[in-house]
Design a protein around this ligand. Structure first.
Ligand code: SF4
Length: 389
């Protein structure tokens, strides 16, 4: 890195520019009392100014050279009773996705080992169903998967539909690091009639989603909750989604930004792709409003070229899914992602490198060891709430 000697005088402008490239000793505070107007103002700012500001905040809170590599596995595919209008796994739509039973433990462990060998530090398992009711044996199998994969030193995430507080507690005890439950879009757009006369989802309410997120958070599991762009929503809805998570008592540790991949047979099969600038704007706004959160460039990443992805990483996206397959859409393979990251000076993040995830894991290990953790979770709502707009 270039270090000016004592005789080199930098202009104020250059000093400001260089200051965005190093972690600040006093990062901007995390705020939990956002108004929609505040967030809209950020979202509407000129795009390159927005990216610059997001990149600066990213560098205060994260190592900008690190990208979390996650691998996703569908452990129970298709046949789902829910009617999510974007999903090929719903039994209500005629799609190429075929229903299957919950997979056995060993193939999942094999896939996790392979993911680890290839540099992934988080392994996520998804099951296509509404919830775990009536699935006692299946849940026990999943708890074993979680225990075994956590034992490999990986972060473990699941997405299993709605959870009760007791189920969340059992998952935590088994070693679950994170639970994914997306809000999808704003509260206002969620029930609204969209293309072809169907809602985004009718079988699960927004509040039921928030209840599952609360159960996960209360169990001490990291929350992964974000949305999908391209459902037919407006800028106001994208702001509404960010507002919803920004005002939670703790910001989610992970915020996935998915771009709809329209699937034939689903009600949204003919949706227009969301413009790249909208994806970049959403990522940048989320980075500013949720400064400590991992922003996950999720489904639809394959539609972006390398330079577009790099711009997203610049603006604060710091996690990707990599491997063989997303839940139902294609994924970039490890070797391609590693080569891309090398070209842009990026490298994989270690397990439990994110401070908030590490804190929750520390608390879990301390409880298991029978000691009170000095790093027990803090009440994020008590953090500094100075206006950072
Ligand atoms: S998104 Fe999940 S809950 Fe909705 S239909 Fe697909 S598998 Fe079922």
């Amino acid at each position: 890195m270039f270090r000016p000697g004592p005789t080199v005088r930098l202009s104020a402008h250059l000093r400001r520019a260089l200051a965005t490239h190093v972690a600040s000793p006093t990062p901007s505070p995390t705020r939990h009392s956002w108004s929609k107007q505040d967030i809209q103002k950020i979202y509407d700012s000129p795009l390159l100014d927005l990216v610059f500001r997001a990149a600066s905040i990213h560098r205060e809170h994260h190592d900008p050279s690190k990208i979390q590599l996650c691998t996703l596995m569908n452990i129970k595919t298709g046949g789902c009773s829910e009617d999510c209008s974007y999903c090929s796994q719903s039994s209500r739509y005629s799609t190429p996705t075929k229903a299957s039973r919950l997979v056995d433990i060993e193939p999942v462990l094999e896939a996790a080992r392979k993911a680890k060998e290839n540099g992934s530090t988080r392994f996520c398992m998804g099951a296509a169903w509404r919830d775990l009711s009536g699935r006692k044996r299946g849940f026990e199998r999943i708890l074993t998967m979680v225990r075994e994969i956590r034992g490999m030193g990986m972060e473990v995430c699941t997405t299993l539909g709605m959870l009760s507080p007791e189920q969340a507690r059992q998952l935590k005890e088994a070693g679950l690091t994170a639970y994914n439950h997306n809000l999808d879009t704003s509260r206002e757009y969620y029930p609204e009639v969209s293309h072809r006369g169907s809602s985004v989802i009718t079988t699960r309410s927004y509040d039921e989603r928030l209840d599952t997120i609360s159960a996960v958070r209360d169990a001490g599991i990291s929350v992964c909750s974000g949305g999908i762009l391209g459902l037919g929503e407006t800028d106001k809805d994208r702001v509404g989604l960010i507002w919803e998570v920004a005002n939670m008592p703790e910001h989610p540790e992970s915020f996935p930004v998915n771009a709809l991949v329209p699937i034939k047979g689903t009600p949204l099969e003919n949706n227009e792709p969301v413009p790249y600038q909208t994806i970049l704007r959403t990522i940048s706004t989320a980075r500013i409003v949720l400064p400590r959160t991992i922003i996950r460039l999720a489904a639809g990443r394959q539609t972006l070229d390398e330079t577009q992805q790099a711009m997203c990483f610049m603006a604060g996206a710091n996690a990707v899914f990599t491997g063989e397959q997303m839940l139902t859409t294609p994924c970039s393979p490890w070797d391609e992602d590693k080569a891309m990251m090398g070209r842009w000076g990026l490298e994989g993040m270690g397990s439990f490198e994110q401070a908030d995830v590490a804190r929750k894991e520390g608390a879990r290990l301390a409880v298991q060891a029978g000691v009170r953790s000095p790093t027990a979770p803090t009440d994020a709502s008590k953090e500094d709430e100075r206006n950072v707009v």
